[in-house]
Write a protein that binds this ligand. Structure first.
Ligand code: FAD
Length: 390
């Protein structure tokens, strides 16, 4: 199909790993592109930067990205394809250089938040089937200086991730009693309990809620902390009871680091030795903070029986969800794995495309980018990732 003469203006929301890769793809195709990032490039990766990634370095990059960096500096060195890296090592060796590269630098607007998006002169309630082309997207944007302005785009790639929007620790997806008021005191993140957050957790009684890989990472690190500082006491609460520990073991898991983490965390749960308690089949019903640094009361049902605890700290690694306030004036519903939406020209890529489902991996995001640009360009077989990096 011949290239359209007027290229669509592309707005990319978020300069996380997927936003940066999407911007690179757009630049390679000569599309006019603007990337809006509310913080710094790969801001969220930096928050969990101490975590060892499941996937080796080579799986966390694209040929397009490596090619771009090598073209600029043929002597640049990267970790090996099979090297295990932490989030921070990946960010520093690959994502930040990409954001700094002349290819992307000019199109990045840092510390610039997209507040909400509509369509010029159009409302969600307007009939969509008039046959007329839809007007362009209208973005309300706020700069670091607090100034607001409107920008226009024809295609939106929403790569804003999920990490800052944690789920609730209560049952049924809703908050536990008291959790709304206690939210500022609870940590919903994968805290670096062995380094920057060590003074906050060492020697404390801690409840950890959650049974996924983030909770497993926190558990393994808390167990190491408890080994080092014997007065630390950890109580792990999970919904699941698989027998053999809370984490699923993926048969022949292609990501060995993920399987090792699951095995370690399950082992800790089953042994329950030292200063660790594990309570499966637990539903948290009450989560009350007594004030900043004054501890918590947590209550719920364990195997159907009421139980409560008084502890110093609560960590709730209970997953994340998509924030849809940006696109609430468009026909976009909560994503659950799909990247195209009911709003023509609006795509949700990356971690956010999974909505509340965990398990997003970068390889899926790179494939979403490829398919999105194949759709936008009208060239079904377009694939800029088939080339090998130099
Ligand atoms: C602890 C942890 C470990 C992981 N390990 C792996 C792994 O080993 N392998 C793997 O493949 N995947 C892994 N993932 C999953 C996934 O690859 C990462 O979460 C990845 O960072 C997702 O990239 P993203 O670009 O979709 O979202 P994010 O990294 O969350 O980036 C979103 C960006 O959008 C910005 N933003 C948000 N809202 C706005 C707005 N309104 N306006 C402008 N900017 C905005 C944010 O500041 C951020 O920079 C891991 C995830 C976590 C949490």
């Amino acid at each position: 199909m011949p290239k359209p003469t007027v290229q669509p203006r592309i707005a990319i929301l978020g300069a996380g790993p997927i936003g940066l890769e999407a911007a690179l793809y757009a630049r390679a195709l000569d599309y006019p592109v603007t990337v809006y990032e509310s913080g710094q490039p790969a801001e969220q990766v930096n928050r969990w930067g101490h975590v060892a990634m499941f996937t080796p370095f080579g799986q966390n990059c694209t040929t397009l990205g490596l090619e771009t960096l090598l073209r600029e500096n043929p002597k640049r060195e990267f970790p090996g394809d099979r090297a295990g890296v932490t989030g921070r090592e990946w960010r520093e060796s690959y994502l930040l250089p990409l954001a700094e590269s002349p290819r992307l630098k000019d199109c990045l607007q840092l510390q610039t938040t997209v507040l909400t998006i509509g369509r010029t002169g159009w409302r969600k309630t307007d009939a969509a089937d008039t046959g007329k082309p839809l007007p362009p997207f209208r973005l309300l944007v706020r700069t670091a200086q607090g100034q607001e302005r409107f920008d226009t785009a024809d295609v939106i790639l929403d790569c804003t991730g999920n990490y800052p929007r944690p789920n609730w620790a209560g049952d049924a997806g809703i908050p536990a009693a008291g959790e709304i008021a206690s939210r500022p005191q609870v940590s919903y993140w994968v805290d670096d309990v062995l380094a920057s957050k060590k003074p906050h957790y060492a020697g404390k009684s801690i409840i950890l809620i959650g049974g996924g890989y983030s909770a497993a990472t926190t558990m393994v690190n808390l167990a190491a902390l408890a080994e080092e500082q014997q007065s630390t006491w950890v109580i792990w609460l999970t919904h699941a009871d698989r027998g053999g520990g809370p984490l699923p073991r993926v048969p022949s898991d292609p990501w060995k680091e993920r399987d090792k983490l699951a095995a370690k965390a399950n082992n800790l749960a089953c042994r329950c030795d030292g200063n660790l308690e594990y309570h499966p089949q637990t539903h948290v019903e009450e989560l009350i903070s007594h004030g900043p640094d004054k501890g918590f009361r947590v209550a719920g049902k364990v195997l159907g029986k009421p139980m409560s605890w008084e502890v110093d700290r609560v960590i709730a690694n209970v997953g994340y969800r998509a924030d849809l306030t940006i696109c609430q004036e468009l026909r976009v519903s909560e994503p659950a794995g799909q990247f195209a939406t009911s709003e023509p020209g609006y795509y949700i890529l990356g971690m956010k495309s999974h909505g509340r489902k965990s398990g997003f991996l970068l390889a899926e995001g790179f494939e979403q980018i490829r398919r999105t640009f194949a759709a936008v360009s009208g060239q079904k077989t377009l694939d800029l990732y088939t080339r090998k990096a130099a």
